[in-house]
Design a protein. Structure first.
Length: 282
């Protein structure tokens, strides 16, 4: 079983990425698997940062308004934008060439199609097929000028009382092989929240279809009511993998409604059996 907001402080990525307690600077010495990323020359940014400031401040942007649903947003080189909102509007693209930093003093939510950190200023909806600066010769940009996504830092993590949430969305016109995406292409990505005792733990007893509570193999700290968890599959269904989106999954996603010792209560009963004994446990 895995706690979905795997970092306290609570950092949650839905659809494409689980948060991990890592500081990442992407490798530059390898070509992309599909060759150099191509630019979509007909695409234009609808809004870009012209100075450092809050996302919610119209003066941060050109044109002078707050980004809205459907926008292609450029966080321009040399600017730092503080993401300080919890918005349900789906931004189509955020291309970070400067720095996008999530606020630590409030809950935040970002709904987006493609969020990328890369050195190019040309508008591109390529997700994972993105440009790597210095793929052949090494990066030329100084370390302190690297495109950066900062969701907390090692010294200043997202506090446990707040949630930083990113939801990724597939939007019309995207390449299904390449989007939605959160991609760090020759950039810096730091994701830090308050620590959990465990981000995952084995079941301590079998869980059967219809059960609305599960027993864990050990007590955990840092997990909270309202957290999303995955109760992983312990056997394959019909010879297929355990969590495939085109077939009925054996892995199940639930929300914690109560924690009592090593027992957590779920918002919905389980549909499948999950082994909590033996060699292969959920």
């Amino acid at each position: 079983m895995s706690s979905h907001p795997v970092l306290a402080g609570w950092i949650v990525f839905l659809f494409a990425l689980w948060a991990l307690p890592v500081s990442v600077r992407s490798a530059d010495k390898h070509e992309h698997a599909h060759g150099s990323a191509h630019q979509q020359d007909d695409l234009k940014f609808s809004i870009r940062s012209i100075q450092s400031g809050d996302w919610s401040n119209a003066q941060t942007w050109e044109p002078a308004r707050v980004p809205k649903a459907g926008d292609r947003v450029l966080i321009a080189r040399g600017t730092t934008v503080n993401y300080d909102v919890a918005s349900a509007e789906v931004v189509r693209l955020i291309q970070v060439v400067g720095t996008l930093r999530f606020a630590r003093d409030r809950d935040t939510e970002l709904n987006v199609g493609v969020l990328s950190m890369q050195h190019i200023d040309e508008c591109s909806e390529d997700g994972f097929a993105c440009d790597f600066e210095g793929a052949k010769s090494g990066p030329e940009t100084p370390d302190d000028q690297w495109p950066s996504l900062l969701i907390g830092t090692l010294d200043d993590p997202i506090p446990a009382k707040h949630t930083a949430r990113i939801r990724l969305h597939f939007l019309p016109g995207f390449n299904r092989d390449d989007a939605p995406a959160l991609a760090c292409c020759a950039g810096r990505m730091e994701i830090h929240g308050s620590p959990l005792s465990r981000t995952w733990v084995k079941l301590g007893a079998d869980a059967n279809p219809g059960d609305s509570a599960v027993k864990l193999a050990e007590k955990v700290t840092g997990w909270r009511v309202g957290d999303e968890v995955l109760v992983t599959a312990s056997e394959r269904a019909d010879g297929y993998g355990s969590f495939r989106m085109d077939r009925e999954p054996q892995t199940e996603q639930r929300v914690i409604t109560k924690i009592t010792g090593q027992t957590i209560t779920l918002d919905q009963p389980l549909a499948n059996k999950h082994a909590g004994t033996g060699e292969f446990r959920a």
